[in-house]
Write a protein that binds this ligand. Structure first.
Ligand code: MN
Length: 491
């Protein structure tokens, strides 16, 4: 998906310096786009679009960017001075994500050669400040990246922002399929679907479980045979209950057909509404997540959508991303961990080893037969857990840095996939902070997405972003949340 998008490079100047300077600016801007593309460090292509010299030119390129579906964002840079009143019309019109790359063509000041001609041509320090002022004055949500355009950290920051911008495009087109309503009486999985669609683009609609059952019944034994042999290739089959596995294959094919026929990239269901189904989809849901579909349990459409957005933004990065739930704590001093799992549905993209297919009784809900599921341990490594909650009239996104470990015990009687981690700064403070924020028990756990990517995305979508990191303290966070809440009331 990332390769379907491009970013437009618009370089600011003005007519004051004459045609020679403008020709040089244009040639260099095109060269810079090529070199950055050839670096192999950016997930999407940069296209040099124009050297902007007038209000009309800037307005036109902003209009074009808005209407071009391939354009996921605009990157601007001021090679020379570019008086910023020229940018007002264009910036007020621009609806695409906007990044100000504050850089300079030459790395060094050439000691002997520098004269006033050189200064006129190479004055990004001057021009980028004028541009920064107008964007600040317009209160434009924007990403500012400062540094030499060939440096690895600059390209890395730009690449992260590009992923967030593509995530914004994905989000604005995202359709979510709900089977059944939210779990009865649960608060955090509720939310304003109209308000969320206005803000994030998510189209969240419901389909009857009966329609899914009909779709499942239409799956042929031959199709199930074919999928079953894929299961045998990818997993160890640790059950004799072949029928339960075949039933999950039927569910996987049925759900996928329904999602694809409606163009949905995420779905939710609930164990309280499985009318006509024999098993809660476990293996089926886990497999669909591994294919990039988002999922949320108990009707949690927000976490379903967020799972698919984060999977889309981190395409090709590896590491794994899954729907997750904080379940239980290990509170031994010095070895304090959170154990995450779900009834069944953890994505095998986070598995440390080869998953096993097992069947076990699931007492909760309407399961008439033992659901098959993938059981595995999550891998060790740094990651993030992320949640979006409805604050009433607005959304809050919370991201917390975590350090996942190999689970410190075997837990041979736990019949589900599990991930064990330490939230930062430590379990006690980290869980305290999470609860202060109102973060959900459902999260997206990702080894590929970090707080930079998620905050870039939240800025583009214009929602509150709270980051819980190694430096977060509950008293300071409480103050931040209070002030944020006030500030968002004025927006
Ligand atoms: Mn749950």
């Amino acid at each position: 998906m990332l390769k379907d998008y491009e970013f437009w490079f618009v370089v600011g100047s003005q007519t004051l310096y004459g045609q020679d300077v403008l020709d040089t600016v244009a040639a260099r801007a095109a060269e810079m786009a090529n070199v950055m593309n050839d670096s192999g460090k950016l997930p999407c292509k940069i296209v040099y679009k124009c050297t902007a010299k007038s209000s009309d030119e800037i307005l036109n390129v902003a209009r074009e960017a808005n209407y071009d579906a391939r354009c996921a964002g605009v990157i601007v840079w001021m090679h020379t001075f570019s008086p910023a009143k020229m940018w007002i019309d264009g910036l007020c019109t621009l609806q695409k994500p906007y990044c100000h790359l504050a850089t300079q063509y030459n790395r060094e000041i050439p000691d002997k050669e520098i004269d006033m001609d050189f200064m006129n041509l190479n004055q990004a320090a001057h021009g980028d400040r004028e541009h920064g002022y107008i964007a600040a004055r317009l209160r434009m949500p924007r990403k500012v990246i400062m540094g030499y355009w060939q440096d690895e950290d600059v390209l890395d920051e730009l690449g992260v922002w590009m992923r967030a911008a593509v995530g914004a495009a994905f989000s604005r087109a995202l359709k979510v399929m709900r089977f059944g309503d939210n779990m009865r009486e649960v608060a955090v999985t509720e939310g304003d679907k109209v308000g969320t669609q206005i803000k994030l683009g998510w189209q969240v609609n419901t389909w009857a479980v009966g329609d899914l059952v009909e779709q499942m019944n239409a799956v042929s034994e031959k199709e199930i045979d074919a999928l079953y042999s894929e299961y045998e290739k990818d997993y160890d089959i640790a059950t004799e209950n072949t029928e339960a596995i075949r039933y999950q294959a039927r569910e996987e094919i049925g759900i996928k057909r329904m999602l694809d026929s409606e163009g949905c990239r995420a779905f939710s269901n609930t164990f309280q509404d499985l009318y006509g189904m024999e098993q809660l989809p476990g293996l089926a849901t886990q497999r669909l997540m591994a294919q990039g579909y988002g999922y949320g349990g108990e009707g949690d459409w927000k976490v379903a959508a967020l799972t698919s957005v984060i999977k889309a933004m981190t395409e090709g990065l590896g590491g794994g991303t899954t729907f997750m739930e904080d379940y239980t704590y290990h509170l031994t001093p010095g070895a304090e961990y959170s154990l995450g799992a779900h009834m069944l549905e953890v994505c095998p993209s986070v598995a440390a080893g080869r998953p096993r297919i097992e069947t076990h009784h699931l007492g909760i809900g309407m399961n008439r037969k033992d659901p098959a599921r993938l059981v595995f341990e999550g891998r060790a490594g740094r990651g993030t857990v992320c949640s979006i909650i409805d604050m009433g009239g607005r959304l809050r996104m919370i991201a917390q840095d975590i350090e996942a470990v190999k689970p410190i015990m075997e837990m041979p009687n736990l019949p589900v996939a599990r991930v064990m981690w330490k939230p930062l700064p430590d379990l006690k403070t980290g869980a305290n902070c999470w609860i202060l924020c109102g973060g959900a028990h459902h999260t997206v756990l990702s080894y590929a997405a970090d707080a930079r990517l998620l905050s870039d995305w939240a800025r583009i979508m214009d929602i509150e972003f709270v980051h819980i990191s190694k430096d977060t303290r509950p008293d300071e966070l409480e103050r931040e949340l209070f002030l944020n809440d006030l500030a968002w009331k004025f927006k």
